[in-house]
Design a protein around this ligand. Sequence first.
Ligand code: OAD
Length: 390
Amino acid sequence: MSDMNTDNTVDPNIVEEEQPAMDAEEPDDGSDDIGSDALDRLQMLLDSAIASEEERAQLLTRFLAFMSGRRTLTYEERAFLSKPPPKPLISADIAGVAEYIRSGRAKNIIVMCGAGISVSAGIPDFRTPGTGLYYNLQKYNLEDPQMVFSIDYFRQDPKPFYELAKGLYPGQFHPTKAHYFVRLLHEHGLLLRDFTQNIDTLECIAGIPKEKTVFSHGSFASAHCVSCGKEYTPEFVRKKVFSDELAVCECGACVKPDIVFFGEKLPDAFFHHMVEDFPKCDLLIVMGTSLQVQPFAGLIGRVGDGVPRLLINMEVVAAKPVPPPADADEVERYRYRTSSKFAFNDPENLRDALFMGPCDDGVQALADALGWGKELQDMFGAPLPENPSL
Ligand code: OAD
């Protein structure tokens, strides 16, 4: 895992979606059709941004016809391609999102979350100035506080991680309303997947089914030796952590819970569900994350253009700047339009909704607007399961 750089973590063989095979044969009736050089020409025109909006739509139309082995597209396909992106929400806020869900248009909701959803459980996040974990590691004199989650550093000195792990270890915390809201989405049959970056496994304790959760940055549920790869039980590591000892493998190297460290690849399930689920998503809810770590942060751009997205967070993150003026050059307007960041600053935005504040308040407001408020409160107030499976 790395900040803003996916090179050493994302295996392109896994993330690439299958491309339809190109037909090498040229269409036989003339220059107007796109031939086998289609990709190059299309790429050149799109990159150079010399084509107008309409020309670009026509090009794409012809390209799609070529790819599908047809010369022309249906009326509906043409209409779809030339239409501006839809505005799916009546208002870019909780009320707008609630109306969208109530209307039955959200059947496959994806939730993406980060450390902010566990803050009210007593687990600090990473980057909030003053309280975040990365601001409280001075005693280790690390060049960069993120080194505590760096695999190279762990091999040299696993102690800082082990000390930190004690404070984060699952089993000491109660899930928050944000976790229970995700379970509520599941119980209402609307949750497609919960992509979490968190390693506290509060999702499991809240009763979100395992198959609905993608632990994008791994978890404490399993552990391996960093040298010989031997597997160890989570209980083995837990005992060591709580007796202030290092978990050492019989080969002499250190054992590490299967948390994804900077410099390590994300779990296969992340890439699998990224490719399988995002095209089906009809509402994206992002909660409690600074969206600073790739490749997770890039997921927000994987839903379709017209799919509404709701950010519930203490601060605005991943927002596009204000839209360029109407007389801005084509390149600038093209860049703005195609950026996958949130369009909160666009006065015409009716796609990206924002609730700025604590996750628990945001999910309660949404649950109230959906008529699920009491259900959420009751779920949150219920006793924890005896032996949640992690
Ligand atoms: P960050 O600490 O980077 O971001 C947490 C976000 O949640 C910030 O934008 C906060 O403003 C917001 N926040 C904090 N408390 C909140 C609350 N009660 N309600 C709503 N929002 C709140 O945490 P992540 O984005 O999760 O890697 O960090 C991503 C990754 O960076 C982590 O998975 C971690 C770290 O390196 C590993 O653990 C391996």
